[in-house]
Design a protein around this ligand. Structure first.
Ligand code: 5GP
Length: 115
């Protein structure tokens, strides 16, 4: 069941996380293995496996999450210098947790292309 990922457990408070934001639709917490000084994961509470699985029904939650990412980036002091938002999709996309999440990373210069 897609709700039974490690992120489902974080939503249900079955395992701890450093939560920086939560509302009815989404939750944001610090990545356990940060790849930048600021590395936050923003996830929907609905257990959508990845961006490949979204439907028109998810338009509201996805738009909402992008606004929340913008808000958290502001709170973390990232807006002036810039930051990166990434979502990995499937095995070749580098996805390891199959509950949709956006990585919000900042606090250092990012490189392109990513590996
Ligand atoms: P993906 O590789 O699927 O795009 O990203 C999964 C992310 O989840 C990784 O950056 C990984 O460090 C993070 N992660 C995996 N398990 C946990 C956990 O238990 N707690 C937190 N906070 N992050 C996790």
């Amino acid at each position: 069941m897609s709700g039974d990922t490690i992120f489902g457990k974080i939503i249900r408070r079955e395992i701890p996380a450093n939560i920086v934001y939560e509302d009815d639709l989404c939750i944001a917490f610090r990545d356990i293995a940060p790849q930048a000084p600021v590395h936050i994961l923003v996830i929907p509470k609905k257990p959508i496996p990845s961006l490949a699985d979204i439907t028109a029904e998810d338009k509201e939650v996805l738009g909402h999450m992008l606004l929340i990412i913008q808000q958290i980036a502001d709170q973390e002091g990232l807006t002036e210098k810039g930051y990166r938002v990434v979502t990995n999709i499937g095995t070749e996309g580098g996805q390891t947790v199959f509950h949709l999440h956006f990585h919000l990373m900042g606090g250092r210069a990012m490189h392109w292309p990513p590996g």
